[in-house]
Design a protein around this ligand. Sequence first.
Ligand code: PMT
Length: 406
Amino acid sequence: MLDGKRILLIIGGGVAAYKALDLIRRLRDAGANVIVCMTPAAQQFVTPLSAASLSGNDVHVDLFSLTDEAKMGHIQLSRVADAVLVAPATADLLAKMAHGLANNLASTLLLATNKPVFVAPAMNVQMWLNPATRRNVATLREDGVTFIGPLDGPMACGEFGPGRMAEPSDIVTAVAKGLASSGVAQPLAGKHVLVTSGPTREPIDPVRYLSNHSSGKQGHAIAAAARSAGADVTLVSGPVAIPDPEGVRVVHVETAQQMLKEVQAALPADVFISTAAVADWAVAAPASSKTKKTRGAPPPVLKLVENPDILATISKLSFNRPTLVVGFAAETDDVIDHGREKLARKGCDLIVANDVSPAAGVMGGDANQVHIVSADGVESWPLQSKAAVARQLVQTCAKLLEGQRP
Ligand code: PMT
């Protein structure tokens, strides 16, 4: 079931930690190589020696261990695994994960990983039902973390209800199933995905430019999600203040003309996703030195010329057209109708229409609510993080490439 898969098992500090020992055995029986990390609290319930004997590997417990760090740094430890499994996942660990805290080895690994994360919660009923835990669980689900359990039943503390850790055999099955259908299945392996992101800047003179509020968050998230799905990714990005996604070839540009040139140079591609907020106009004749304000003279008049439409150019290629061309539509009103109109006019296969009016907070914000417009109709997705939109869009592209309807 898990042949050859490396599972980083993080054991949290709860009574159910004793079941984690059985879990190690069952993961190994399923063919996995199990690397164990234990929180300080977990070591109050089971010993690192037991976990090392059962896993056949060193057990990692200390963020500041010189020997561990010399052998394999903690960032690398979180990356060599195919998946991270937290069992038992205590309320404290879930809270740390949801808030991005990294104050011990386990929470640091969880923050540093770029692999699928599975959690098997175990805690007292009231702790599980507490609104704070409910919020953390919702945040983690939104971030793409897969929950296995908890189960209803009698608890070690004498109470009855949800909070019991799922059975080890069920956890193994859920992880195997999750890996088969997640990034590890790598539905875009062998495909080249070309993404544009961010704004363009059109110079007025050497110190001034025309641009827009795009932060690059949505486009960069799409590039990262395509990479996680196994694609070879080229990201052509306008000027943004966010870091380049890991494992992605990034080409930095300023103007729409440069973006078009780099997009054309990156072809052939299987998928082109045009997320960039490309300026529709450029200044016809940018000044070569700073335009001076002259007392009494009227402000300069900017003559604009139309920029090339990168999306339409790529969509309408007769040679080297990507199999799937996805455009965005950034609208402040009649979002879906304008999306339909852009689908037809630009000749792409899908339009991701989103509301960019200031009240929606999409440009520069962390969340987005999109409508997927295609020849088949319109599918509206809920408001979710840009990372979640990116994952769902990448899965949709993978299905369309396979010839399936999403
Ligand atoms: O960067 P963020 O802060 O995360 O914000 C994300 C976003 C709002 C920028 C993104 O979700 C989005 O909507 N991107 C498209 C922005 C845009 O320029 O939309 P448009 O409706 O003006 O253009 C339609 C499509 O044509 C887009 O795919 C655009 O990339 C493309 N286009 C537009 C003009 C042009 N000259 N060339 C193009 O390729």
